[in-house]
Ligand binder design. Structure first.
Ligand SMILES: [Zn+2]
Length: 334
């Protein structure tokens, strides 16, 4: 059993309480490789932001969870080396799908886990989530549950249709399970193709697709039921059109990729939403930089020469999110 505290990691409890009170949200960035992790830590240190490093099922399959766990341990040392005396870094399991997996991650040194029982019937979701919470809390690990279903595809998590969270269920769910935070569905969606063109309207000025607005009425109803309780938004990439354009003008083919407008996420950050998950935007930034570099320098074959610019572009993206969307800059307490 490895305790996350011995690795210099923190759980989400104090971080979320502060974020809800302060009207900002903590960035939860997924990582699968070294360049991504370096970019996340550089951005968090430079902006003095707390940060959640997330590992999804796809990441575990791709990069090996033991290796990723050691990278997260390394991230703490790296942040200190970059000048941050007391980094606030959470290592979080994204979309845990079984009790065994959550238990395994907790024993490996994760400081936070998500148990996603949202596809199960309500009572089974309650029972599974409670089982994970009971184990996690023995080790002071925090747990995120989910109510409501997000549409879209994220690694192996996928659903054709979204079902908004039912505000009338949240008090019962939180009380019965003891979860520390709750992911809700208000119209965000996994992946880079969050909406079909039919669901969108066309912006007359730019000709771009505009997605349907988030269901802030559902968020407000949840907040009314659970005042001050930490709420989480998944699937909250904005799919920057600059990156989509760079990808498409350098040999790529992304058609009608649409994300959540940043002004809506900015509004959500000021509410009880205290964790916002961003994955696709980092993928797009990385791909855009790699495609551009390889198109401009066709003779280049040193991976550092195209992964380096990709890392720079991701760092820029993470800093932009922290400062201009989530408002978590300058929030490290020491
Ligand atoms: Zn998710």
């Amino acid at each position: 059993m490895v305790n996350y505290k011995d690795l210099g990691l923190v759980n989400t409890r104090a971080m979320f309480a502060k974020a809800v009170k302060g009207g900002y949200a903590i960035p939860a960035f997924n990582f699968n490789n070294m360049e991504q992790m370096q970019a996340i830590i550089m951005a968090a240190v430079e902006t003095k932001s707390p940060v959640i490093l997330q590992i999804s099922k796809g990441a575990r399959n791709y990069a090996n969870q033991t290796l990723l766990r050691y990278m997260a341990e390394g991230a703490v040392a790296y942040a200190k080396e970059l000048g941050c005396e007391h980094p606030e870094i959470v290592l979080h399991l994204d979309h845990g799908d079984s009790y065994e997996l959550c238990k395994n991650c907790i024993e490996m040194g994760f400081s936070s886990v998500m148990i996603d029982g949202s596809a199960l019937p309500y009572d089974e979701n309650v029972a599974l989530t409670k089982k994970v919470v009971d184990f996690a809390h023995q080790h002071d690990v925090t747990v995120e549950g989910e109510l409501g279903v997000l549409a879209g595809v994220e690694d192996e998590v996928s659903a054709a249709e979204s079902h908004y969270t039912k505000p009338e269920e949240v008090i019962d769910f939180v009380t019965k399970t003891g979860v520390d935070s709750l992911a809700i569905s208000i119209g965000t969606s996994h992946g880079a193709y969050k909406f079909t063109p039919e669901q969108c309207t066309v912006d007359p000025k730019t000709g771009r697709l505009l997605p349907p607005p988030l269901a802030f009425d559902v968020l407000e109803a949840v907040e009314e039921k659970l005042p001050g309780f930490p709420i989480v938004l998944h699937g909250s990439s904005s799919v920057p059109q600059e990156d989509v354009d760079i990808i498409n003008s350098n040999g790529g083919c992304l058609k009608a990729a649409v994300g959540i407008p940043e002004e809506q996420l900015r509004k959500a950050s000021k509410s009880a939403v205290c964790k916002i998950n961003i994955d696709s935007d980092s993928r797009l930034a990385m791909t855009a930089a790699i495609r551009k570099t390889l198109a401009e320098k066709p003779a280049e074959f040193d991976p550092r020469k195209y992964l380096g610019p990709a890392r720079d572009r991701m760092k820029e993206l993470y800093m932009h999110k922290i400062i201009n969307v989530l408002g978590s800059n300058g929030k490290i307490s020491h």
